[in-house]
Design a binder for this molecule. Structure first.
Ligand SMILES: NC(=O)c1ccc[n+]([C@@H]2O[C@H](COP(=O)([O-])OP(=O)(O)OC[C@H]3O[C@@H](n4cnc5c(N)ncnc54)[C@H](OP(=O)(O)O)[C@@H]3O)[C@@H](O)[C@H]2O)c1
Length: 339
């Protein structure tokens, strides 16, 4: 059987252009390719994430660069086709598969997916997965929130930002979104319940932020870097906590993001660098809490779904330009579907 895969066509410079990636066809793995302790899985939903920009060129937490012609990495919700201990055929797992239709994976690295009734399994790639855990660690561990605090979140409608904003609101804080464009500002307040939203693309966005945070910013989750980071830090309240989570501006080869020391000193601020993998100890509590909030309808998710593996490069391009609205997923196949 043949399968489609997405491979690196050339080393990207700046934002990844659609033709930096290319669709290739090759042999699909079959049962004979499955070794001891391995599974054959069929990719259902593929996760498209900002860290992949760094991963392609060897700038993500020490991972080696993807060679030209190499498979684009990425995690998926996948269906077990050839089982192994602990993973029955037909079960869903969250696992590193890369951007392809079928994969042989180590069973030990596959996480069984259990989502509450009414929640899609794809949530395991977003609000109930790595992005959600990053937000949970930021809000419940690093921000040291007190009810009534003003909490600003950038990239506020994405899976990290929207989880953080909703958790801050549920903790009794005033959550303020920084987003790209009026449509996302509307979503931030109407869908995710932020108290206010500021459009970072508006020329006077720092004035709008001041109006939205008249007593200053007590806690800030930065997913943006660049001018957004500097603009929010200039408005910190005394004793503020800043959590550095993402560098969207810099990933696309923008200039290195810098922090202005003056306001940090003057406001006696604390800055935390966040790497989600350091907070695995929170996972059980995180899964239980977010699962319950989703089930009870007290937390909402938003997905941007694309259909077919061939759509993945364009979906990634949208994400890295900030044009995505919600967690970016590519639906590669449907559960129980035929090859
Ligand atoms: N540190 C960690 O362990 C960790 C873990 C997970 C994710 N992250 C980071 O968290 C951030 C959010 O991730 P996510 O998965 O939730 O993605 P996302 O929010 O769905 O997408 C990224 C968003 O960044 C915003 N953005 C801000 N400045 C931008 C710029 N200069 N160019 C392009 N986009 C810009 C855009 O939203 P607006 O247009 O609304 O601003 C865009 O939609 C990313 O930086 C990611 O790398 C870090």
């Amino acid at each position: 059987m043949r399968q489609q895969r997405v491979v690196l066509a050339r080393v990207p410079h700046g934002a990844v252009a659609e033709d930096d990636l290319r669709l290739a066809t090759g042999a699909a793995p079959g049962p004979d390719d499955v070794g001891e302790g391995q599974l054959l899985v069929r990719v259902l939903d593929l996760s498209v994430d900002p860290y992949l920009r760094g991963a392609l060129v060897g700038r993500h937490l020490g991972s080696p660069a993807v060679p030209v012609g190499g498979l684009v990495p990425g995690r998926s919700v996948a269906e077990v086709v050839v089982p192994s201990a602990g993973h029955a055929a037909g079960n869903l797992v969250e696992v590193e598969t890369g951007w392809q239709e079928w994969a042989v994976v180590d069973a030990a690295g596959a996480q069984p997916i259990t989502v509450p009734e009414g929640v899609p399994p794809s949530a395991a790639l977003g609000v109930l997965g790595m992005p959600g855990l990053a937000a949970y660690a930021a809000v419940t561990r690093l921000m040291a929130l007190t009810p009534g605090d003003t909490v600003v979140v950038s990239a506020a409608t994405g899976p990290v930002g929207s989880t953080a904003g909703q958790l801050a609101r549920l903790a009794g804080c005033r959550a303020v979104a920084v987003v790209g464009g009026p449509e996302k500002a509307r979503l931030a307040t109407q869908h995710f319940g932020y108290a206010a939203a500021v459009d970072r693309l508006a020329p006077d966005w720092t004035d709008l932020l001041r109006a939205a945070c008249p007593d200053g910013v007590d806690a800030y989750l930065d997913n943006a870097g660049g001018d957004v980071l500097r603009g929010v830090v200039a408005q910190l309240a005394r004793g503020a906590r800043v959590v550095l989570c993402g560098l969207m501006d810099q990933y696309n080869d923008g200039p290195p993001s810098t922090l202005p020391a003056g306001p940090l000193i003057g406001r006696r601020a604390t800055v935390h660098g966040l790497v989600v993998y350091d907070h695995e100890d929170l996972r059980q509590r995180f899964t239980a809490r977010i699962g319950k909030l989703l089930h009870d309808g007290r937390m909402r998710l938003l997905e941007e779904r694309h259909t077919g593996l061939a759509a993945a490069p364009a979906a990634f391009d949208r994400l890295m330009r900030g044009a995505n609205v919600g967690k970016v997923l590519v639906e590669v196949a449907t559960r129980g579907g035929t090859a």
